[in-house]
Write a protein that binds this ligand. Structure first.
Ligand code: UDP
Length: 323
């Protein structure tokens, strides 16, 4: 059985859906600070904090858990700069407490939600896993520290892990039962679609003076269910005795902010009024993954590679939100 922390959040809930569709058993642990009850369907949900040892003891005693997939974390980059304590405390300390419980209960398979934010400013693109890791904000650092901790725990205690470094998670369940819902929302695609749906009047493009063809930032958008598939494959590999490793998960294709807004207009059939704003602090001009390693070693094959399909799924969700 798989323990999924943060399984009521955006990426975690899609991973749970993916495993459930394959008939696998999961239990979700979520603090519900940012999670949604509607995102957790027909699987046990334990509401609690990972820092709370009693909650973890109860979980590991009650369920036959042999693997942990750990999504639970705070993920607002800007907030991590203004309130780093919240990020180091929650993201690092709670991971430590989870790993300690795993040690005690003899659970050795660990899949960790990492991020391309562990790389910091790109020295080259596409970025492979050999790219130096120099995170430039406490959020990226919190993920980086966790990777370091896992590495040391592997050497000392035999923990086996896969750290999955996501690029821009996007899209949603094509059936529209679950989707992306952040409060506050800061991500480009949902914001653009909320303008299209009339929930917002307009949006701001954060900078059009970057050294890119249209001056706006380029990102690599990867469908959330393709991320889910990679978690499942990484776990299979660990269960089959594979070594600890880390993988970039991206589509390997870059789209500019303007291009994304254009696709959002096309998919929704609505005009999206934009205004130009200053650059957002800490935004590198271009982030594009090389995911060759995940494809080669995990046999990962992203299914939703068409940006229009990704945005169509997000638009279906945006116009039929359940939460
Ligand atoms: N962006 C923007 N306006 C918005 C939200 C985002 O111009 O209202 C830009 C942001 O500066 C970045 C890109 O869109 O270049 C993707 O941002 P997002 O927050 O979705 O993901 P990130 O790359 O920061 O993880």
């Amino acid at each position: 059985m798989i323990l999924v922390t943060g399984g009521a959040g955006y990426i975690g809930s899609h991973y749970v859906l993916y495993e459930r569709n394959r008939g696998n058993k999961v239990v979700v642990l979520d603090s519900m600070v940012y999670g949604h009850r509607g995102a957790v369907k027909d699987v046990p949900l334990v509401v609690g904090d990972m820092g709370d040892r009693l909650t973890l003891d109860r979980l590991f005693n009650k369920y036959p858990i042999d693997a942990v997939v750990h999504f639970a974390a705070f993920a607002y980059v800007g907030e991590s700069v203004t309130d780093p304590e919240k990020y180091y405390n929650n993201n690092v300390r709670s991971t430590l407490s989870l790993l300690d419980a795993m040690r005690q209960y003899g659970v050795r398979n660990f899949i960790f939600s990492s991020s391309c934010a562990t790389y910091g400013n790109p020295k080259y693109v596409p970025m492979d896993e050999k790219h130096p890791q120099n995170p430039i904000n406490p959020y990226g650092e919190s993920k980086f520290f966790c990777e370091k901790i896992m590495n040391a725990y592997d050497k000392a205690y035999g923990l086996r892990y896969a750290a999955l470094r996501y690029f821009n998670a996007s899209g949603s369940d094509p059936d529209g039962n679950i989707g992306e819902s952040h409060d506050p929302e800061t991500h480009l695609i949902p914001i653009a679609l909320q303008v299209a749906s009339g929930m917002r009047d307009k949006m701001t493009i954060f900078g059009d003076d970057y050294d890119t063809p249209d001056g706006t930032c380029i990102r690599d958008y990867i469908h959330v269910l393709d991320l889910a598939q990679a978690h499942s494959l990484a776990l299979e590999r660990l269960r089959d005795g594979g070594e600890s490793s880390y993988y970039n998960l991206g589509s390997e294709t870059g789209y500019s902010v303007r291009e994304i807004i254009n696709v959002c207009e096309k998919v929704s059939g609505k005009a999206i009024p934009v205004e130009m704003g200053p650059r957002r602090e800490g935004d590198p001009p271009r982030l594009v993954a090389s995911s060759a390693k995940a494809k080669r070693e995990l046999g990962w094959e992203p299914k939703y590679t068409d940006i229009e399909a990704i945005i169509r799924h997000a638009w279906n969700w945006e116009t039929n939100r359940k939460y």
